[in-house]
Design a protein around this ligand. Structure first.
Ligand code: SF4
Ligand code: SF4
Ligand code: SF4
Ligand code: FES
Length: 948
């Protein structure tokens, strides 16, 4: 392992296809038209001295260090802002240039405090480097930096400091915040010698609009903006490229280490998902990996009321295996099952489902995708033939109209949101369908053309109304439909959507969205050029989640917005590997590559390799397992990396099901809430401690690389292997690459995937096989995977969850930028500073009617249960709608969510719960009991740590 330093080309790459040839210092080079002279020189390995330029942002031309001479032109233009021209002859190193550069550097250095030997960026500072590069040997104006403003260090951000005395006012940070992140949190305040970078309105970073993405820290050439971890530990000495383990964007990072200590995560410019950008979670929130709450030794107990007993790995695995065998002998083969994790690698997930199908001998395997994007799998497979999104992220750069439905990208998928915002600033139009006024509705330099604030639960009605306008106004793409889709099915569908009951005027009565907005939005999407739809859990987590996915697919087909760059239907996947866990065969009815277990030929292929007969009947989904446990027929569960008690709906029912089982094995990093019901706890490993692959929302398979030894002793796949061996089904993998080789052997869409290939090319998007050896960035280019695109009738059926006098408000849920899902990881990092508790957003009218003031405790009650939390009064939610996050277990908002779920996939209807909100004095009784339980768990964990 060595330190990889990425090349900084000084200015962004030109997208032009035409090449021009110039001569730099006597050497010819051909580059795309529009390339800067600086970048062209760098292509030759010739770095022109620079300070204000970096290839993540557009050139600015302020430092005047990068001057060059061009034959036939007067003066010494800046090479960062001067584009190349055919036949140009450039000199980068003449006596005049040397003299000028020394002069520039003299001024910079005289402004800068020269405490280099004790500076945190010593050895990693471009100012130092440039002093050396220009041969600076004396500074005529002194060295004390006294003229530079020094308002003191701003250490308010938990992860980085801002030390203005070291600022060279290059404005790279300001431009990174604007161009890369799109937040516009920074400005240059003051003039001349008094110029200084400042979070807008001269606040400190914590009080500003800053979202801690780290782009400015990354861009800063000096120690002015610097990671606190570097200040504390020192500069890193080696690095490994790996993939973020939080969300489905799948950002690539250089994990930079000193010894076995992770110093910082630096976004990788070669990462095709993130292109060198990051968000606060992947960039900074990795401290959970070394948090004291981590359980590192296996534990067992006979009853869930007994205290945990720390045991050896052999004993824990042996006990779990004997319990599963005992249960199957007593209650039958189908009485046990397992849940795979979308947090784990493809290889780990594949092995889990293999253990269940081959060692347990049933198909009782499910995954957390059940509760998020299972309707995506169903809906897109039905209409297009593939259970995945159609585009790569780069595609957004060619979109003219972006429609966001039920997603909140700036919080849920922040790095992709930044790419979207960039395209919107370039002029693309924006349509948003969301009950809340999410940030994208109006954010610096962006304003949605249409925000359709639909009532929760009316997605199908509104999307079908959009189709009504497109069809009845003749805005559909007949040529595309005739060529690519089933024309007869289209005609049936067209006649269905044309019915008056689907008109915007009728749908306004159901959804609350003004008819004119629906009409205008439909016209814009159908006629505005490349139309791309991005959607999230606000689409899927409904009783009609699958129907909405198909309604969206219909819309894209009808307008011809499929099969090329800039268009498509794109699910914004939640977890880092939710796409992969589905791909790997985590569903009870499908093996890897989405092939049904009832297909004899498919089963035969697996049986031949695995040496065990596979059940042709689909197994139980998570809710079925829990129902069966309550009924007494399901007795044992192996859960890898999912806190189902907190993340699944109807908490009481889930708790009852878990409590009724005789052996619950939880494999996780922490004593998560589900572990309260476990008999065996197997310590899991973090993404920093394992090798494998994740697959992101654009089907991109990327390497996860081990940067430190697993603190628990094993990578998660090794634990599954140990259990399988103890169960009597031998597994003998030496490395996860061998598991991927098996996936490739058994899965046609993965046939061309191997660790070797990923090491060579960085990443590939499946399908990757003989037909597409380099992968498939855009799907359905020449035809749909299923043949003809299928139009599906999408009748709107109102959810059974109705508001009424007792429960007059509709609750919808979501997550925020700084926290991740149930918060098991992010709550164990400094990110808690941004979100210490879940709050209930309520509109001022609804709050006033109930006598609720901002910050008051309120009781949130539904037919399913009740919880208490503090109110946040805001117009982000419409009257009649309340909203909260689900990051904190002491709130457990899923206590109030119902048992209703998607008709096709059982994905819970998290996004619609009829509730009442009333003032309260504080936490409910169960929350107080829960607090006590948590305190007990903490004491146990602390005692175990102390005993080590
Ligand atoms: S951390 Fe990100 S959001 Fe904050 S100021 Fe820097 S670039 Fe802007
Ligand atoms: S803080 Fe850093 S990046 Fe920003 S202007 Fe100062 S030196 Fe440049
Ligand atoms: S956007 Fe997602 S993948 Fe990227 S750094 Fe943030 S959490 Fe990680
Ligand atoms: S690097 Fe070109 S002017 Fe600063």
């Amino acid at each position: 392992m060595s330190m990889t330093t990425e090349i900084d080309y000084g200015t962004p790459a030109s997208k032009a296809t035409k090449e021009v040839t110039l001569t730099v210092d006597g050497v010819k080079v051909s580059v795309p038209e529009g390339t800067s002279i600086m970048r062209a020189a760098m292509e030759l390995g010739n770095q022109i001295p620079k300070l204000c330029a970096t290839d993540m942002v557009e050139a600015f031309g302020s430092c005047r260090l990068c001057l060059v001479e061009i034959e036939g032109r007067n003066g010494t233009p800046a090479s960062c802002t001067t584009p190349v021209a055919d036949g140009m002859v450039v000199h980068t190193q003449t006596d005049r240039l040397k003299r000028l550069r020394k002069g520039v550097m003299e001024l910079y250095i005289s402004e800068h405090p020269l405490d280099c030997l004790t500076c945190s960026a010593n050895g990693d500072c471009e100012l130092q480097d440039m002093s050396g590069a220009v041969g600076l040997r004396e500074v005529r104006y002194g060295y004390d930096g006294a003229r530079h403003p020094n308002p003191g260090i701003d250490a308010s951000n938990p992860y980085f400091t801002y030390e203005p005395s070291k600022c060279i006012v290059c404005s790279r940070c300001v431009r990174a915040c604007e161009e890369v992140q799109g937040t516009f949190a920074l400005t240059i305040a003051g003039r001349g010698f008094d110029s200084v970078v400042s979070p807008a309105e001269q606040k400190d970073f914590m009080d500003s609009e800053c979202v801690s993405c780290g782009a400015c820290v990354q861009a800063c050439p000096t120690a002015t903006l610097n990671e606190k971890s570097v200040i504390e530990i020192g500069t890193p000495s080696k690095s490994v490229v790996t993939t973020c383990a939080y969300c489905g964007v799948g950002c690539s990072f250089n994990a930079e280490m000193r010894g076995d200590e992770l110093v910082r995560m630096v976004p990788n410019k070669d990462g095709k998902a993130n292109r060198g950008h990051s968000c606060v979670k992947g960039r900074f929130a990795f401290g959970y990996a070394t948090h004291k709450d981590r359980i590192l030794k296996p534990m067992i107990r006979s009853k869930i009321t007994d205290p945990w007993r720390e045991v050896s790995w052999e004993e824990a695995i042996g006990y779990a295996a004997s319990e599963f065998k005992r249960i199957q002998a007593k209650y039958g083969k189908a009485s046990v099952g397992g849940i795979t994790s979308s947090r784990c690698t493809n290889e780990e997930t594949f092995l889990m489902q293999k253990l269940i199908r081959a060692a347990f001998g049933n198909n009782n395997v499910d995954t957390c995708a059940r509760v998020c994007h299972s309707p995506t799998g169903y809906g897109l497979k039905t209409t297009y033939g593939t259970s995945a999104g159609t585009q790569d992220f780069d595609s957004v750069e060619e979109s003219d109209v972006i429609m966001i439905i039920g997603a909140n990208p700036t919080d849920g998928h922040p790095v992709f949101a930044s790419r979207m915002k960039k395209r919107l600033r370039e002029g693309a139009k924006l349509i948003i369908l969301d009950p809340r006024r999410i940030d994208m509705v109006r954010t610096p330099h962006i304003e949605a053309q249409y925000h359709l604030p639909l009532k929760p639960g009316t997605n199908v009605a509104v999307v079908t109304a959009l189709a009504h306008v497109i069809v009845t106004e003749g805005l559909f793409n007949e040529a595309f439909v005739r060529e690519r889709c089933d024309w007869a099915e289209f005609q049936d569908w067209a006649s269905f959507v044309s019915d008056k009951r689907h008109s915007p005027e009728e749908v306004e009565k159901i959804s609350g969205v003004p008819a004119q907005s629906i009409r205008d939005a439909a016209r814009l999407y159908a006629t505005g050029g490349n139309g791309a739809i991005y959607y999230g859990l606000g689409v899927t987590e409904h009783s009609q989640g699958s129907t909405t996915v198909m309604a969206i697919a219909n819309l894209a087909m009808a307008t011809g917005n499929i099969g090329r760059k800039g268009v498509g239907v794109n699910p914004l996947r939640g977890q880092n590997n939710v796409q992969g866990s589905c791909d790997m065969g985590s569903f009870p009815h499908e093996v890897s590559g989405y092939r049904h277990v009832s297909d004899d030929a498919t089963r035969a292929m697996f049986e031949a390799l695995w040496g065990r007969p596979l059940d042709a009947e689909p197994g139980l989904r998570i809710p079925n397992m829990i129902d069966a446990a309550v009924d007494g027929s399901f007795k044992g569960l192996y859960i890898q990396g999912e806190d189902i008690l907190q993340s699944d709906p109807n908490t009481q029912h889930m708790a009852a099901g878990l409590a009724a089982m005789e052996c619950v094995v939880v494999q996780d990093l922490f004593l998560v809430e589900t572990a309260n019901y476990a008999h065996v706890f197997l310590p899991g490993s973090t993404f920093l401690e394992k090798n494998g692959t994740f697959t992101n929302a654009e089907r991109r398979i990327q390497m996860v690389r081990k940067v430190m030894a697993p603190k628990n002793g094993y990578e998660d796949w090794e634990i599954t292997q140990l259990l399988s061996n103890a169960l009597g089904y031998p597994m003998h993998y030496n490395h996860p690459s061998e598991i991927m080789d098996e996936v490739a052997q058994l899965t046609p869409t993965f046939a061309g995937v191997s660790f070797k290939k990923l090491d060579e090319v960085g990443s590939v998007q499946w399908p990757c096989n003989a037909a597409a050896p380099e992968g498939t960035p855009i799907m359905h280019i020449n035809g749909f995977v299923r043949g003809k695109g299928k139009f599906v009738i999408t009748e709107y059926v109102a959810t059974d969850e109705k508001t009424g006098p007792r429960f007059p408000l509709l609750l919808t849920t979501g997550r925020i930028l700084s926290q991740y899902n149930v918060g098991a990881q992010t709550r164990r990092t400094a990110n808690v500073i941004w979100h210490e508790q879940d709050r209930l957003e309520i509109h001022p009218h609804d709050a006033e009617n109930r006598g609720i003031r901002d910050g008051d405790w309120v009781k949130l009650t539904s037919r399913a249960g009740e919880t208490s939390l503090r109110a946040l009064i805001t117009e982000r939610v419409a009257p009649g709608v309340v909203y909260t996050t689900f990051h904190h277990p002491d709130t457990q908002v899923n206590v109030v969510t119902t048992e209703f779920s998607d008709w096709a996939t059982n994905c819970p209807e998290y996004k619609v719960t009829a509730v009442e909100v009333m003032p309260s004095n504080g936490p409910t009784e169960w929350q107080e009991e829960y607090e006590e339980l948590t305190r007990q768990s903490r004491r146990i964990a602390e005692n175990l740590v102390a005993a080590e």
